[in-house]
Design a protein around this ligand. Structure first.
Ligand code: BYC
Length: 471
């Protein structure tokens, strides 16, 4: 097992102190990261003590430490899962050959681009969420928000480590640029669409951590298969932390559904807005939005980029070992393509359909949580059911972009789309209503009116624990 250096300026398990040049380069990036954090991290809470989990190693039995810490003092470190001895490339044209410990020259540009794209999402999400603390539904939720934020910061460190270590001068330049782009900025935005959408209320935060962090899970699973072994080791450990982020999303949405269902059980005709609650049709519109823009994050359904990543061994499928064969040269995937008559099925060579393979697994995984939400509604005797819209609905990337479909995936005219958009996606009045609910609740154990309390606390602490100290 790798040695953990916790007392270094940059905690790590990559023997940073044995490579002085790299250590110095990263130590020069560190104050720039901290000034980005102070400028763009959670607004108004940097001086508070927060009960946070900090990674201190990668041992499955005890990789994290929990304690109160001010966020700027968080010990962001570099932790890679231990390499698998004699690991071999698991897919593509190089199947069975030893994995790479250095970046092959011919794949340098593509690998750097993927690492930069992954890295860019991490600070982007912190920027998107920076004002949320001001409207937190409870101290428990506030702490979870900050936990997610500091860990996205650590994931940025993970990608910056790879850029500095393996990509020389251009890697260092890319690491600087990761701190310069800004979510939603007209001139210098973040790279991927969903990471420029505002998240200024908690309904969007929970749906983002449910749907968009789940894209993170699947992209990390695909990168964990990479022949570039340091990328595989890095992403494998990131997945450990990512699980909590999706837990925050799933339980957040579940608690909103629970609260609304509890009221509807007693009073099916209640005026939910008068009671300051989130009605299910509105929740469905927000779900439609975050699911569809998260589907865009998988890239086009038919992609020559994806085919070449797979051929080269750079990016595989999630859990490649679950697939029967790893060349993917002989099979095809049926994909419905827009055409004059509506839709036609095209059999796409599997390598070109790798983004769609990953997206379909993602959709199945997303459905599991939606089923849980619906079980709560069913138990309360509420007729409404939440659904995932068709993957054709409201797409801005890939083969459905530029075409209009309703949430069931039926082709419609642009005029019908414009007329009915507000039935399907959050309207200006939805946004104003949700914003009106965001009053901060900061008394330990108290929870906002629109969400049920959490069932359990964090790391054995009770739900009414003072997770963020205000004194
Ligand atoms: N927005 O063949 P195509 C996470 C671009 S989330 C804007 O369709 P490809 C997290 C694409 O870059 C996970 N542009 O797609 C979650 C390309 O541009 P160029 C993040 C987009 O290349 C929550 C062009 O369209 N990780 O970790 O097969 C909180 C045509 O490309 C978008 C990764 O994404 C979009 N949505 O795949 C915090 C993994 N989609 O080259 C963190 C690394 C596509 O023509 N990235 N484009 O200029 C990748 O694997 C790939 O870049 C993508 C795209 C899957 C994103």
């Amino acid at each position: 097992m790798s040695r953990v250096e916790l007392d270094e300026r940059i905690p790590n398990n990559v023997s940073l102190s044995s490579d002085r040049r790299l250590q110095r380069a990263l130590e020069q990036w560190q104050p720039k990261f901290l000034s980005w954090w102070n400028e763009m991290g959670p607004e108004g809470f940097q001086a508070r003590d927060v009960y946070l989990r900090t990674a201190i190693g990668t041992d499955a039995r005890g990789w994290a430490h929990f304690d109160f810490v001010r966020m700027p003092d968080y010990r962001w470190g570099i932790f890679l899962a231990d390499p698998v001895p004699d690991r071999r490339i698991g897919f593509g044209d190089e199947l069975g050959k030893p994995v790479w410990q250095e970046v092959p020259g011919e794949h340098r540009t593509v690998l750097r681009r993927l690492i930069v794209t992954q890295g860019d999402t991490e600070p982007a999400s912190v920027e998107q969420q920076r004002r949320l603390g001001h409207g937190c539904p409870s101290l428990y939720d506030l702490r979870n928000l900050f936990q997610v934020n500091v860990e996205e910061g650590r994931h940025l460190w993970a990608m910056v480590y790879l850029l500095h270590t393996y990509f020389g001068r251009d890697g260092r330049e890319e690491a600087e640029a990761l701190l310069q782009r800004r979510s939603g900025d007209a001139d210098n935005p973040r790279i991927l669409g969903a990471f420029n959408a505002p998240i200024d209320e908690w309904l969007s935060f929970f749906l983002f951590t449910y749907f968009t962090d789940r894209d993170g899970k699947f992209q990390l699973l695909a990168l964990a298969e990479s022949a570039f072994d340091p990328l595989s080791c890095t992403t494998r450990f990131m997945l450990t932390e990512e699980a909590h982020h999706m837990f925050v999303g799933e339980t957040g949405v579940l608690r909103i559904v629970q609260r609304t269902a509890d009221v509807l059980r007693e009073r099916p005709d209640a005026d939910l807005h008068k009671l300051g609650l989130i009605d299910l049709a509105l929740l469905q519109r927000y779900l439609n939005f975050w699911y569809s823009i998260s589907l865009d994050l998988f890239g086009s359904e038919i992609s020559s980029n994806a085919a070449s990543y797979f051929a080269a061994g750079i990016k595989g499928r999630a859990r490649e070992e679950h697939h029967a064969e790893h060349l993917a040269l002989a099979s095809t995937l049926d994909i419905e393509r827009p055409c004059e008559a509506g839709l036609r099925v095209e059999s796409v060579p599997l390598r070109n359909a790798m983004n769609e393979v990953l997206r379909r697994e993602y959709s199945e995984d997303s459905q599991r949580g939606v089923d849980k939400f619906n079980r709560v509604l069913e138990a309360a005797g509420v007729d409404f059911r939440l659904t995932l819209p068709s993957p054709r609905f409201h797409r801005e990337q890939g083969i459905y972009a530029g075409h209009c479909f309703d949430p069931r995936g039926e082709p419609i005219s642009p005029a019908e789309w414009r007329a009915r958009r507000d039935e399907w996606l959050p309207s200006a009045s939805d946004r104003a209503y949700v914003a009106s609910l965001m009053h901060p609740v900061t008394e330990p154990g108290k929870v906002a009116s629109w969400i049920a309390p959490p069932k359990t606390g964090i790391k054995g602490r009770p739900p009414d624990y003072e997770y963020v100290r205000f004194d």
